[in-house]
Design a protein around this ligand. Structure first.
Ligand code: 3PG
Length: 209
């Protein structure tokens, strides 16, 4: 059966938001995350190496599910699918991104921060959404408020989420998982400290929800 956005959200409590500058780091990083219990990996399209990194993980780490983050255009969605991404995450929502992912069969977690954006994404059939930037845009209280009118939506709050507040988010009925960069720190990647990342992934995979 094809992967759905709900599958992506339910696999682990945390989706790591990954920034890679060197394709040689992609495979060892993905292996460390998988070893720590995290398989759904969001590789952001913020660096010129990102697509190559997605391709490397897709080819060489079959236990991982490489996805593309920071999808901002239909072209980003197409390039991601071509590189082997199996899901997409966007920081906001546009109809053209929604349509491109739909046409490609690429499960998408569209980013939203307002009721109107939720309604637009829902009109296009998207009911699993990324709340971004979560802490900055209202955090826990915002999610509680949305639980009224948008009680058929599941969120992945991302932005300002870390080990210290993740369980508060995960305890909410409309939160399926959280996203964050804290399990893939820039310094640990630069130092190729895969053991550290495996520990952070294991801690994240054991968060209560
Ligand atoms: C994202 O793109 O989702 C955010 O940069 C992740 O936010 P964080 O770095 O605060 O976890």
């Amino acid at each position: 059966t094809p992967l759905t956005a709900l599958d992506v959200m339910r696999d682990a409590p945390v989706i790591p938001v990954i920034v890679l500058h060197d394709v040689r780091d992609a495979v060892p990083l993905a292996r460390a995350l998988v070893a720590g219990g995290i398989r759904m990996l969001e590789v952001t399209l913020r660096t010129r190496e990102a697509l190559e990194c997605i391709e490397a993980i897709a080819k060489e780490v079959p236990e991982a599910v490489a996805g593309a983050g920071t999808i901002r255009s239909a072209a980003d969605a197409q390039a991601s699918a071509l590189a082997g991404a199996r899901f997409g995450v966007s920081p906001g929502y546009t109809r053209s991104v929604g349509k491109a992912c739909h046409d490609l069969g690429l499960p998408l977690l569209p980013g939203v921060a307002t009721g109107s954006e939720i309604m637009l994404a829902q009109e296009d059939g998207y009911t699993e959404l990324k709340f971004f930037p979560a802490v900055q845009a209202g955090g826990i209280n915002m999610l509680r408020a949305w639980g009224g009118p948008f009680n058929d939506v599941k969120f992945c709050p991302t932005g300002g989420v870390h080990a210290g507040n993740a369980e508060e988010f995960l305890a909410l009925p409309n939160v399926a998982c959280v996203g964050g960069s804290w399990i893939v720190p820039t310094e640990a990647i630069a130092a190729k400290d895969w053991a550290r990342i495996e520990v952070l992934a294991r801690e994240a995979s054991q968060l209560r929800r």
